[in-house]
Design a protein around this ligand. Structure first.
Ligand code: HEC
Ligand code: HEC
Length: 314
């Protein structure tokens, strides 16, 4: 029996712990019952990637997520990699970790109003968070990313989830974009550039402009950006901003132009959009007015929802 909370381990600098985890997985007990009956689970370390064809696919998927525009130049049109937000190979708690994600799909997504497979969910990030084009579901590259995500889900029962998902919310506050501009200049521009274009240091992605995430990305919601920044930025000293500074800098980012998202008004078709969604949807009126940049191939930037049920089957 393992008496610890293994999915918190990403917090700890941990040669010894990684070695311990490897042992845990070698012993085939990545999952165990704790005293209170809940399931303790730890994602396998990279050293557990098998040395076979599946292992090769898992490694390719991990490489694509780390270097997305380089790997998929015709599809990933922004400066962002998957791991620009899903930090530390999608293992970082507090940065929307994708640990166990394959055990949570297919899943009902209220933004689509339908049950969707994990490939469609990946394409939502391709088209919205990367402001790119959807990747064919049966492509080698899509299946490689699914292989990596399935690896990050090993040992977790289908339908269950670790308790450290998403980007933990921070207390609600009013952001001030003028103060945010000052925070940006002193704390962010050294890596992301004064003009938000990124690339001042290797891997720093654009925060606005034509090569940033689109208006349809979750990160374009002020409360999501504030929470992400509060927990993870500046990358050199995460956690050093106050909640207020995180809201201010998110308000500043919010005022900048970014790529449009075709068909965004069809999101949340059943209503219930979160307050910070920066465009109008059913029953939700946004006060946001942003400069939106046009998209290349707008039709390929949309993930079509599942087709309606067919009648007359026997
Ligand atoms: C601009 C930031 C950003 C980028 C870049 C990004 N994502 Fe995401 N992704 C998010 C956010 C935010 C969520 C929502 C997290 C949540 O609500 O738990 C998310 C959710 C997901 C989910 C669903 C997680 C779940 O538990 O339901 C998957 C799968 C995913 N992303 C895969 C990818 C892949 C693959 C890429 C690269 C092609 C990518 N993402 C790029 C921000 C991003
Ligand atoms: C030391 C360099 C550095 C500093 C300083 C820094 N960042 Fe980042 N930021 C990065 C890197 C690098 C990434 C991508 C992470 C990766 O690839 O591992 C990133 C990712 C991001 C992302 C998610 C990806 C995207 O393009 O939206 C946001 C949002 C962000 N940073 C905002 C900020 C803000 C706001 C500040 C200032 C409070 C800041 N960063 C300070 C280096 C930095």
């Amino acid at each position: 029996m393992i008496d610890m909370q293994p999915h918190r381990l990403t917090h700890l600098a941990a040669g010894r712990l990684v070695a311990l985890l490897a042992l845990v997985c070698l012993a085939g007990c990545a999952r165990s019952q704790t005293d209170d009956g809940s399931v303790a689970w730890s994602p396998p370390p990279d050293s557990a990637i098998p040395m076979d064809s599946l292992g090769a696919a898992i490694r390719r998927g991990q490489a694509i997520m780390r270097n997305t525009p380089d790997s998929l130049p015709e599809f990933a049109l922004s400066s962002l990699n998957c791991t620009s937000c899903h930090l530390a190979d999608a293992r970082q708690v507090g940065a929307a970790p994708l640990l166990g994600v394959v055990a949570r799909f297919p899943k009902f997504l209220d933004r689509v109003g339908a049950v969707i497979p994990v490939e469609d969910r990946i394409n939502y990030c391709m088209t919205r968070s990367l402001a790119g084009l959807r990747l064919p579901t049966h492509s080698r590259e899509m299946q490689d990313m699914v292989a990596y995500l399935a690896f990050l889900s090993r040992g977790l029962p289908v339908g269950s989830a670790p308790d450290s998902l998403g980007i933990p919310a921070i207390p609600a506050m009013e952001g001030d974009s003028a103060r945010g501009h000052a925070v940006y200049a002193t704390t962010c521009a050294a890596c992301h550039g004064l003009d938000g274009e990124g690339g001042v240091v290797p891997r720093a992605p654009a925060l606005w402009g034509a090569r940033s995430f689109s208006i349809g990305a979750s990160m374009a919601r002020i409360e999501v950006a504030a929470a992400f920044v509060r927990h993870n930025m500046p990358l050199s000293q995460p956690g050093s901003l106050t909640d207020q500074q995180a809201w201010d800098v998110a308000a500043y980012l919010n005022r900048q132009p970014r790529p449009d998202m075709p068909a965004k008004e069809q999101d949340w078709p059943l209503g219930g959009a979160p307050a910070g969604v920066p465009y109008n949807t059913v029953g939700h009126e946004s006060t946001d007015s942003r400069l939106l940049l046009p998209r290349v191939s707008p039709e390929r930037a949309v993930v079509p929802p599942p087709e309606p049920a067919r009648q007359g089957g026997r």
